[in-house]
Design a protein around this ligand. Structure first.
Ligand code: NAI
Ligand code: MG
Length: 337
């Protein structure tokens, strides 16, 4: 039976890279029953719609959502991000943000290891529904010299535990190594909850070797010694920042993929990059990030064989050059080779 997948091409280069992703999925022999959704900045400018309750209800009945990018320069910041992307995460309870990174041969600053990093993959699991992004806070005396703004960090035992448990389960399928990243020495309330939960869940996974890094130190290791990582688990804000750094040390924005997951339910898959209005229509958009996001989607759909084949076709990142459609065609040609 074909998988039912909602397609949100979105704005800018979004539709360009999603078209290549769909081409590659079809070439890998996976049949999708797709439903198109015209959403994003252009739609908002046309009729004011960002996202409706009806669309969210329809999405609950799908197997997955494949999204290009949303956002146009003319829409004020926050309208689409909060109104669509964050609303999707909250209402569909997509509590895991999973971002894999594959290192090029030049990663790390240790000359003795140069060349050894090619293909080393690590995965960041970012909590996706809580923390400072939950929207807790407010203003007092706004627009006066005495103005106060607070932005709280929401950390529930339920939310932290299910995220950490997911990361341990993932670590069990890989090298059995999991690092928690936080700032427990300063954030002594939320950090304490994360730390206690991590140690309690670890007791259920005695085979997994665990490590802990403060987030500032993790930034150094991402640049100097990323091979130390296999799976990382962290909160929403730290994960947002660390994964941009992860993209920068692993070949750039054209290769960074992501999954917004609720295991067992409809989940959303998108490249990390935005709508890149500066290169729309030029053929310069690299579709690899969208194709690798499709790989994560196929794994969610249980199409592991097709996922493995597409990932292998994308593994030699240095050779994936050309226009948007040429790179898509190259990946397709490697599938049938
Ligand atoms: P961006 O990721 O769109 O672009 C940043 C830079 O990277 C640009 O120079 C762009 O040309 C380049 N770039 C991005 N993707 C590329 C690709 N696949 N191949 C080659 N080069 C690529 O980020 P920016 O400029 O901050 O945001 C543009 C718009 O996208 C804004 O409206 C923003 O809100 C939105 N956005 C949407 C996201 C989403 O849908 N999840 C994520 C990030 C930004
Ligand atoms: Mg970000």
């Amino acid at each position: 039976m074909a998988h039912r997948v909602g397609i949100v091409g979105g704005d800018g280069i979004g539709p360009e890279v999603i078209a290549e992703g769909l081409k590659v999925i079809a070439a890998a022999g996976v049949e999708l029953d797709t439903v198109d959704y015209d959403l994003g900045g252009d739609r908002y400018l046309r009729d004011g719609v960002v996202l409706t309750d009806e669309i969210i209800d329809e999405w609950r009945g799908l197997d997955a959502i494949y999204l290009g990018a949303v956002g146009t320069p003319d829409v004020p910041p926050g309208v689409i991000e909060r109104g669509m992307l964050l609303r999707m995460r909250f209402e569909l309870d997509l509590y895991i943000n999973q971002r894999p990174f594959s290192l090029p041969s030049t990663a790390g600053s240790d000359p003795a290891q140069a060349g050894d990093t090619q293909g080393h993959e690590f995965i960041v699991i970012r909590e996706n529904t809580e923390g400072t992004y939950a929207g807790e806070g407010g203003f007092l005396r706004k627009d006066t010299p005495e103005e106060i703004a607070t932005q709280g960090s929401v950390n529930t035992r339920h939310g932290v535990e299910r995220c950490i448990r997911y990361a341990f389960e993932l670590a069990m399928t890989r090298r059995k190594h999991l690092t928690m990243v936080h700032k427990t020495n300063v954030l002594t309330f939320s950090g304490d909850l994360w730390d206690r939960t991590f140690n309690e869940v670890a007791a259920d996974y005695p085979e997994v070797e665990t490590a802990y890094n403060h987030v500032d130190a993790a930034c150094i290791y991402f640049v100097d010694d990323p091979q130390r990582y296999d799976v990382i688990v962290t909160d929403n804000l730290f994960g947002d920042i660390l994964t941009d750094l992860g993209g920068a040390v692993s070949g750039g924005i054209g290769f960074a993929s992501s999954a917004n997951l609720h295991p067992g339910q409809v989940s959303m898959f998108e490249p990390v990059h935005g709508s890149a209005p500066d290169i729309v229509g030029t053929g310069k958009a690299n579709p690899t990030a969208a194709v690798l996001s499709a790989v994560l989607m196929l794994e969610h759909l249980g199409e592991n064989d097709a996922a493995d084949r597409i990932r292998a076709a994308c593994s030699d990142t240095d050779s994936l050059v050309g226009s948007t459609t040429e790179i898509g065609d190259l990946i397709v040609s490697r599938l049938s080779a």
